[in-house]
Every structure is written in structure tokens, then in C-alpha cells.
Design a protein around this ligand. Structure first.
Ligand code: SF4
Length: 282
């Protein structure tokens, strides 16, 4: 409580953010500035096909659980992919159709192993918590009720293989687990990445201590981002803005929406094709 009090005994305002906002700052402060602070924001590149595919799959799985129990069939899951399909970012109609069929197949394969009667505690549920300096929140794909406690499930649709380390080190998932435990007042230590393209489940069991460590990390990062936001609001020259929000060029630049307006980023990586994140035509 003492940490939340200002000089005159007034509560300090907590920095409100989703963990993804903090991670954007960590990855590249300039990208963070482009995304969250510059208004109007600089022009973005075209939409990504992998985002279209990911949204359609996430929406289908969420809608499937909202169907009445008797309609939660494998075929219904596939139908939801088709009815909610998004075509932005694909190379052409042929690729969009191929990927729609692939997405349908991966969702149906995934749903075969689900028990439709095993009602999750939450679907796309927003959970939140406060740390000494931040108010953190996020939307969880699914919260399962298992004998070992509540479990955070995050669907993944990208091409690259995942490892248990991705689940263990994920700041957002740790925040969601801690926030779920606080919101629902029940233990929540397990986090799982469900990789739809391979059917793999990458699980990690946190401890109270490992969650506390991640919350301290999020709190410290939020404090740093809050200071940078405040400096931006007070007005920065171009040079000062580049110092507070430095570009951090690297492999992510090819995937960055702002590559075309970022000198340092475009110097190291050309923007990738919008369909680079999905398999080539079959
Ligand atoms: S192109 Fe690279 S350096 Fe530039 S904003 Fe994007 S991620 Fe940062």
C-alpha cells in the first residue's frame, strides 16, 4: 500500500496495460511509440495473412464453446472456420481457399480430442490484477477447470515450432495465470500453449514464486514504460524521441508493420510478403 502512496498521501495512478504492450516496448521502443503514442500513427504496411488465419481460428474455437452442448460437433467447428474466414493478406484467392481448408482441418483435428461437455471456466475472458505500479489485464483464450486447478490455454496458429520454454518464459501467460487466480479466487499455476498446426501442447507448471517473479518483471517494465509515456506527453524533440524510443533493428523488422517508415529497420530487413507467415501454395 505504501508503494502506492504519493508524496502527499494521494494514491499514485497505476499504469494500465496489457502485457503485450509492455513486450512491444521491450522488443523495440520505436515500434512501441509508432503503435501506441504517435497520433495519427504512421501508415502501416498491408494486413498479414497469418493474422487473418489466426483470427478466424480463434473466433471459431471461441464460438464453438458458445454453441449449445448438442451442437458442439467436429463439423460445426469446421463450419465456424469457414463462415468466419478472413481473406486479407493472402497472395491470391487460391491461397486463401487452400489456407481456409487447412485451417478447417486443423481446427477439426483439435476439436476431436475435446470433450464438449467439459465446460471451460472462461472463453476469451478478461482478467486483471494490480501490482505496486501497474494495473495489468488481458483476454485469455480459454480457462479450463482441471483437477490440478485452473489452467490458462493459449491457442497458437503460427508456423514455427514451439517449446516448453515458450510457455515457461511467457510474461503474458504468467500474468494471466496470476490474474485468473485473483479474479476467480482459485489456484491457477499451469499455463499451456496449444499449437494447432502440430496438435502439440506445451505446458508449464508455475509456482507461486515463479509467478511472483514474472509479476515483479512486469511491474518494473510497466514503470519504465510509464516514464517514457510521460516524457512523450510532455513533448520531445525528434532527437529526444529517438533517444527515449530507440529503434532496435533485428530479425523482427521484416514482420514489423512500420518497416516502410523506419529507416534503421528497413536498412536491416525488407518487409516480408504479407503471406510469408503461412505455408506456400500447395
Ligand atoms: S522496423 Fe524494426 S526497428 Fe523499426 S520500428 Fe519496426 S521493429 Fe523497430
Amino acid at each position: 500500500m505504501a508503494e502506492q502512496l504519493g508524496l502527499e498521501g494521494m494514491p499514485k495512478r497505476l499504469y494500465s496495460a496489457a502485457p503485450t504492450r509492455l513486450l512491444t516496448f521491450l522488443d523495440c521502443p520505436r515500434r512501441y511509440r509508432f503503435t501506441y503514442l504517435d497520433r495519427p500513427p504512421p501508415p502501416k504496411g498491408p494486413p498479414w495473412a497469418h493474422n487473418s488465419l489466426g483470427s478466424a481460428v480463434h473466433n471459431a474455437l471461441a464460438e464453438w464453446w458458445r454453441l449449445p452442448l448438442e451442437r458442439r460437433t467436429v463439423e460445426a467447428a469446421g463450419d465456424l472456420v469457414e463462415s468466419g474466414w478472413l481473406t486479407q493478406g493472402f497472395r491470391n484467392d487460391k491461397q486463401a481457399l487452400q489456407q481456409r481448408d487447412r485451417a478447417r482441418e486443423m481446427v477439426e483435428r483439435y476439436v476431436v480430442d475435446l470433450d464438449p461437455a467439459d465446460e471451460p471456466v472462461g472463453i476469451e475472458r478478461v482478467v486483471g490484477l494490480t501490482t505496486p505500479r501497474a494495473s495489468l489485464w488481458g483476454r485469455v483464450d480459454r480457462i479450463d477447470d482441471r483437477p490440478e486447478g485452473l489452467v490458462i490455454v493459449d491457442y497458437k496458429t503460427g508456423r514455427h515450432a514451439l517449446t516448453v520454454d515458450d510457455a515457461r518464459a511467457s510474461l503474458p501467460m504468467a500474468v494471466y495465470a496470476a490474474a485468473t487466480a485473483r479474479t476467480l479466487r482459485r489456484p491457477c499455476l499451469r499455463v499451456e500453449l496449444h499449437h494447432l498446426p502440430t496438435g502439440e501442447v506445451l505446458a508449464w507448471d508455475h509456482t507461486e514464486e515463479s509467478l511472483a517473479r514474472q509479476l515483479r518483471r512486469a511491474d518494473s517494465l510497466a514503470a519504465e514504460v510509464a516514464r517514457s509515456d510521460q516524457a512523450f506527453r510532455q513533448g520531445l524533440s525528434d532527437q529526444q524521441a529517438d533517444e527515449v524510443f530507440p529503434a532496435r533493428p533485428g530479425p523482427i523488422c521484416g514482420w514489423c508493420d512500420f518497416n516502410r517508415v523506419c529507416g534503421p529497420g528497413s536498412a536491416v530487413r525488407s518487409p516480408l510478403d504479407p503471406w510469408a507467415g503461412v505455408p506456400a501454395d500447395e
